[in-house]
Ligand binder design. Structure first.
Ligand code: MG
Ligand code: MG
Length: 620
């Protein structure tokens, strides 16, 4: 795939944008006119910089309101066109994007439009240049790529072709099968954007909600497949207008952009025909362990919360000040080392989750996938007698360890050979249920792309959760076997719990860990007997759910006595219990699912309000 990105997609001055685009791995960039107007570099200097960076200038854009105008506006539009041709010569690109007209003065007469497009093509040809004509979704007379293609075909001028933009076609729900009619030699460029499916005017939707392939809900696999099928072999160029992206770092957004095109290449929701030649997404089998960084004092506090939940410190690391806590298939690692990543993490964030181990069948393939997406590997010196576990950088600088599922029992035995206590023979908990990560609103889509790019996971629809202090956006990603589930949460409201988490934590990280169980009441009783502090739920809540679901009063009393929350989806039921927070940061959730697939979003406001009552002590 020949990759390109429009400079409008990222933040900063033009030269900084181009450096970020080149560093991310793109082969080319479209120069957005406003970026050129606002830079101190001349067009020739921009061309020289792009040559230095190894970037092709794929297009100059946009040229608006060309066709269908009356005189004298028509003449002025063509004069303006010639001026842009001059700039293109200096920029070193031969392709100009001409958007379908939005002018109130433009005539919709097809013969007029054809004549103007033909003349524009002739003038471009005379200069050795080309025009890509794009149907804007909000174009006055031309707003459908099928019409734009008909005009390009009938104008029959070799220097006039089509620019196809996924946003304009998919926002209008134009069937991608119609792309089959387009001649590949006439498709001059393809512009790519994803977006959430919204009901709103096309212009605002485009300006504020475009996002990268894999972050939205457009059927891009079908669209891209239709383009490949006609034999198109030109650039795939991202064109993303999004306030959130422009607020982020240029290098981070450029890297996400590169990653998103690679994801599209192999297929987002299903493999593309090209996927066989690319490193496949890794199929996550299970969360193998979660590692905490903590001081000794914090480790003792954490241990005091883990014991009532049935965990025991089962072994010590062969060389390091690291303890393995376990029950059944669940492993927690508490790292008190005085140096290394966990220690740095503890210094920056305080006691918290610094790594998550994901069990996979094919670790080398997962690493190849990470390299393909330019996801940074993390290398830390290991002693010659230690088991090397490859890792990549995840949310907030934490690590994701890629654990070989076939050898994980040997790995644990080798790394933790010094036994401490016997594990409980009757585990209370059955496994990790989900891991909740909280991040800056701006980072939300970036991490979503990270997970769906690296792992074979599906994403649930985005939900908005009402925090007492503002809205929180939440979305889950899930493996096919449901053993690996992460919920991602981001908020723009400064006083929401999510935002306070980030402020107190100095960055994104794990906010809660949910464990599954078969008997939430037994877990609640054991936790209570062991002295685990749990989040207190108001009585009003129980009166409400009793009325709402017609629940048995005896069940209501048992839940109320234990602060257990309840949700229902058809006949499926969900029971939840929250601990208070460890180190004012991370808390535990205990869940019992009876056929229920969600995460209790209906209860999130109750939980958040209960946690907010403990303000200003942050989230505990
Ligand atoms: Mg476009
Ligand atoms: Mg949860």
């Amino acid at each position: 795939m020949k990759t390109s990105i429009a400079t409008v997609s990222i933040s900063g001055a033009l030269d900084a944008k181009l450096r970020a685009i080149a560093a991310a791995g793109f082969a080319g960039a479209e120069i957005f006119e406003n970026d050129l107007l606002s830079t101190h570099l001349s067009a020739r200097e921009v061309a020289a910089l792009m040559a230095d960076l190894g970037l092709a200038c794929t297009m100059f854009q946009p040229f608006r309101d060309l066709e269908g105008l009356p005189e004298p506006q028509r003449q002025r539009a063509f004069d303006r066109l010639e001026r842009k041709f001059d700039v293109m010569g200096e920029l070193g690109t031969d392709l100009l994007l001409v958007c379908s007209s939005c002018s109130a003065q433009a005539d919709g007469n097809r013969e007029r439009i054809l004549a103007d497009l033909h003349e524009a093509g002739e003038r471009a040809a005379a200069r050795g240049l080309r025009i890509g004509y794009e149907a804007l979704a909000w174009g006055r007379h031309v707003n459908d790529h099928r019409d734009a293609w008909g005009l390009v075909r009938d104008a029959d001028q070799p220097a006039l072709g089509l620019a196809l933009d996924s946003f304009h076609s998919l926002s209008r729900r134009i069937p991608s099968s119609s792309i089959g009619d387009i001649r590949p030699d006439k498709l001059f460029i393809v512009q790519v954007a994803d977006a959430p499916l919204l009901e709103m005017d096309h212009l605002s939707w485009s300006r504020h909600f475009r996002c990268m392939p894999g972050q939205g809900e457009f059927p891009l696999d079908d669209w891209a497949e239709a383009i490949r099928r006609i034999g198109y072999d030109g650039y795939w160029s991202l064109e993303i207008f999004n306030d959130r992206f422009r607020a982020g770092s240029a290098s981070g957004i450029a890297l996400d952009g590169y990653r998103s095109l690679r994801l599209l290449e192999g297929g987002i929701a299903r493999p593309s025909p090209a996927a066989a030649a690319l490193p496949p997404r890794a199929d996550p089998l299970a969360v193998d362990f979660i590692e905490f960084a903590a001081s000794h004092e914090e480790a003792a506090q954490l241990g005091a919360m883990l014991r009532p939940l049935g965990f025991r410190p089962v072994a010590r690391h062969r060389n390091k000040d690291v303890t393995r806590w376990a029950q059944g298939p669940i492993n927690l690692v508490i790292n008190c080392e005085p140096e290394g990543l966990a220690h740095s993490f503890d210094i920056v964030h305080g006691a918290s989750v610094c790594a998550i181990g994901i069990a996979l069948d094919d670790v080398p393939a997962a690493l190849a996938r990470a390299d393909f997406l330019r996801i940074a590997r993390f290398e830390q010196a290991v002693a010659p007698d230690e088991w090397p576990i490859p890792s990549v950088r995840g949310v907030g600088g934490s690590l994701i360890y890629l654990v070989d599922a076939a050898t994980r029992a040997e790995m644990w035995a080798h790394e933790f050979p010094h036994p401490l206590e016997e594990p409980d023979t009757a585990p209370l908990l059955t496994g990790f249920d989900h891991v909740a990560q909280t991040m800056q609103f701006e980072e939300f889509l970036s991490w979503l792309l990270f997970y769906v790019g690296l792992f074979a996971v599906s994403k649930t629809p985005q939900v908005e959760i009402a925090d007492p202090m503002g809205l929180v956006q939440s979305q889950a990603i899930e493996s096919a076997n449901h053993a690996v589930r992460f919920t991602l949460n981001g908020s723009l409201a400064h006083q929401s719990l999510s935002s306070r988490f980030i402020q107190n934590y100095f960055g994104a990280g794990v906010q809660h860990i949910a464990f599954g169980c078969d008997d939430i009441f037994a877990v609640a009783d054991a936790a209570s007997a062991g002295g685990l502090p749990v989040l207190e739920i108001p009585r009003n809540y129980y009166d409400d759910i009793e009325a709402r679901w017609g629940l048995d009063p005896g069940l209501i009393e048992r839940m109320a006595a234990r602060n257990i929350l309840y949700d229902r989806d058809g006949d499926a039921e969900y029971f939840q219990l929250y601990s208070r927070a460890f180190a004012r940061r991370v808390f535990f959730e205990l869940v019992e699912r009876r056929g229920y697939a969600g995460y209790g979003a209906a209860n999130a406001p109750i939980r958040l309000a209960a946690q907010a009552r403990h303000k200003p002590e942050t989230i505990d």
